[in-house]
Design a protein around this ligand. Structure first.
Ligand SMILES: NC(=O)c1ccc[n+]([C@@H]2O[C@H](COP(=O)([O-])OP(=O)(O)OC[C@H]3O[C@@H](n4cnc5c(N)ncnc54)[C@H](OP(=O)(O)O)[C@@H]3O)[C@@H](O)[C@H]2O)c1
Length: 276
């Protein structure tokens, strides 16, 4: 993969995950990735020959310096900070720069209002498995982007996993599935592990049994080409033990729990968006 000059403003959890994808050996970069944070300690920890790392604490113009003549600027600060950051960098972006925000709830039209017309805007919603190149990113284009620019941003996020291009009105819904999804999975693993402990396994064995079951089942799903329904059928002999367990999940109406959980997350996304 060939990518132009990239700046990441805010290299915390998500910005750091994207940075690790960009530094993988299969990616050819036109120059060092420019990265900013507030704290000097964080900045020095990620500095290397491939990363030009700046701290606003030491250099108040760090963000401006990072975006000057950059081709793609990724914004990975907290949502509430995006308007102020865009105002700070707006007049320093070259015409044709692509600005990509991973911030939840900040719309492309809000970003376009704060940036020159010559700058193209995208929203991306990655998830934390991006840290190991196994993320899923939802990607939406603003109103002044070309197909080539979209492909370039797609290529960038493919360095940390799969990319799904969607209309922006679906991005909050996607966030309730794959953005928040890793937290749901860890919650299931926690509860399932407690059940294993109650059946007499020690904590480490219980966690091993549960986490390897999640991992193995997910990899089998990905590699077999079979549907989850078919793979479940293969474990569920008629009148057997698994069938009895599945009957309990059915009785608890797990689908209704998913509906309620994703609806609650979606409502919160709308509340947060209204505050930016
Ligand atoms: N975490 C996720 O699962 C996830 C998923 C999808 C999208 N997102 C989005 O990603 C964004 C970042 O979330 P996060 O979880 O990565 O947060 P985080 O770990 O707190 O990272 C934010 C980073 O921004 C830096 N920063 C703050 N103000 C700055 C400024 N003015 N200039 C330069 N850097 C600045 C902070 O540096 P200091 O620590 O030095 O202050 C910190 O490293 C959010 O908008 C969130 O909605 C997160």
């Amino acid at each position: 993969m060939d990518l132009p000059i990239i700046a990441i403003l805010g290299a915390g959890s998500m910005g750091g995950a994207i940075l690790s994808g960009l530094l993988s050996p299969s990616v050819q970069l036109a120059g060092p990735v420019r990265v900013t944070n507030r704290s000097a300690s964080k900045a020095s920890a990620i500095s290397s020959s491939s990363v030009e790392s700046l701290a606003t604490e030491l250099n108040p113009d760090a963000n401006i310096q990072a975006v000057t003549s950059a081709d793609i600027v990724i914004l990975a600060v907290k949502p509430a900070m995006i308007p102020e950051l865009l105002t700070e960098i707006a007049s320093h972006l070259s015409p044709g720069t692509l600005v990509v925000s991973v911030a939840a709830g900040v719309t492309t039209s809000r970003m376009e209002q704060l940036l020159p017309e010559t700058v193209s805007v995208f929203r991306a919603m990655p998830n934390t498995p991006a840290h190991i190149g196994k993320g899923v990113t939802g990607l939406s284009a603003g109103s002044r982007t070309s197909k080539t620019q979209l492909e370039q941003v797609q290529t960038l996020f493919e360095t940390v996993g799969k990319v799904v291009v969607i209309p922006e009105e679906k991005i909050d819904a996607l966030s309730t599935i794959s953005g928040s999804g890793p937290a749901y999975v860890y919650y299931f693993i926690e509860q399932f592990t407690k059940a294993a402990i109650d059946l007499g396994f020690n904590e480490s064995t219980a966690l091993l049994l549960v986490s390897e079951t999640f991992l193995g089942a997910s990899e089998l799903l990905a590699m077999s080409g079979q549907s989850p329904t078919e793979l479940r059928r293969q474990v569920t002999s008629p009148k057997g033990t698994t069938e009895k367990a599945i009957e309990q999940f059915e009785a608890a109406n797990l689908k209704a729990v998913f509906d309620k959980a994703t609806a609650a997350a979606l409502a919160r996304a709308k509340e947060l968006a209204a505050q930016v």
